[in-house]
Design a binder for this molecule. Structure first.
Ligand code: GLN
Length: 254
C-alpha cells in the first residue's frame, strides 16, 4: 500500500511538472513576438529623436496601445518613402509615421481608425510677399518629401501649376531648400510645419488655404497582421475613452 501510494505520488508530480512545462512553452510562442514598428523620425511633433530616445505623439501613442493590448514593439527608424516597401518586404509589422490615410495606400495596407486630422499647406520664406497661394507658383521650384501626399499633390498638379518639383528624403532637407532660396516653396502637413516653424525658428510662413484634408492612420500590410490591427483599434479606442490620448497630444501640442 505504501509503495502504491508513493508511485501514485510520483506519477502526479510528473504530470504536474509536464503541464507546467507546456504552459510555459505556449506562452513563449504566442506572446513573445516583438512587432517591428516603422517610424519617420524627421517628423516632430509626431516622431523625433531626442538623444537616444524616440519621442512624439506617434511614439507615445503606439507605446500606450501596445501596453493596453499587451504586445511588444520595437522601433525601426527609416525614410518615410521606405516604410510601405518595408511593410511589403515583411521587414516591418506596423507603421506609424504621420501617415495619411489615402485610397492608393489602402490598396496595399490596412489602416487603423483615424487618430489625427491633418492636411497639406503651402509654405514659403517669411519675406516672400509674392506667393500667396498655389496659383502664384508659375515658373517656380517646389520642394517636397519623397513618397508623401505632398509629393503626390505637387507632381499631380505640376503641369497645371507650371512648377518644377524637387524631391527630398526627409522634412529638414526640404525645409532647408526653401530657407536657402533654392526652391520658392514647399508642401508639408499643416500640423508638422506649423510646429517646426515655431520650435525651430525656420523663418518660413504658411500661405493660402489647406490644399486638402486628411487623417493619419496606423498601418499594417493588407491581409497580414489583421489580428494585430484589431488590437490596435481597440487600444486606440480605450486611450480615447480614458483621456490618455488627449494627454499624449497635449504633451506635445499646447
Ligand atoms: N502625411 C504625409 C503622408 O502621409 C506625410 C508623412 C510624413 O512625411 N511622415 O504622406
Amino acid at each position: 500500500m505504501k509503495k502504491q501510494l508513493s508511485v501514485l505520488f510520483l506519477l502526479i508530480s510528473c504530470l504536474f511538472v509536464l503541464s507546467a512545462c507546456s504552459i510555459g512553452s505556449e506562452e513563449e510562442t504566442s506572446e513573445d513576438k516583438t512587432y517591428k514598428v516603422g517610424i519617420d523620425v524627421t517628423y516632430p511633433p509626431f516622431e523625433y529623436k531626442d538623444g537616444d530616445t524616440y519621442k512624439g505623439i506617434d511614439i507615445d501613442l503606439i507605446k500606450a496601445i501596445a501596453k493596453d493590448q499587451d504586445f511588444k514593439i520595437q522601433f525601426e527608424a527609416m525614410d518615410f518613402s521606405g516604410i510601405i516597401p518595408a511593410l511589403q518586404a515583411n521587414q516591418l509589422d506596423v507603421a506609424i509615421a504621420g501617415m495619411s490615410i489615402t485610397p492608393e495606400r489602402k490598396k496595399v495596407v490596412t489602416f487603423s481608425d483615424p487618430y489625427f486630422e491633418a492636411g497639406l499647406i503651402l509654405v514659403v520664406k517669411e519675406d516672400n510677399n509674392k506667393i500667396k497661394s498655389v496659383d502664384d507658383l508659375k515658373g517656380e521650384k517646389v520642394a517636397v518629401k519623397k513618397g508623401t501626399t505632398g509629393a503626390k499633390y505637387a507632381t499631380d498638379n505640376a503641369e497645371k501649376l507650371g512648377i518644377t518639383v524637387t524631391q527630398f528624403n526627409d522634412s529638414p532637407a526640404m525645409f532647408q531648400e526653401v530657407k536657402n532660396g533654392n526652391a520658392a516653396a514647399l508642401i508639408e502637413d499643416y500640423p508638422v510645419i506649423s510646429y517646426a516653424n515655431k520650435q525651430q525658428n525656420l523663418g518660413l510662413k504658411l500661405v493660402g488655404d489647406r490644399l486638402n484634408g486628411d487623417n493619419y492612420g496606423i498601418a499594417v500590410l493588407k491581409g497580414e497582421n489583421e489580428e494585430l490591427m484589431k488590437k490596435i483599434n481597440e487600444g486606440l479606442a480605450n486611450l480615447k475613452e480614458s483621456g490618455e490620448y488627449d494627454k499624449i497630444v497635449d504633451t506635445y501640442l499646447k
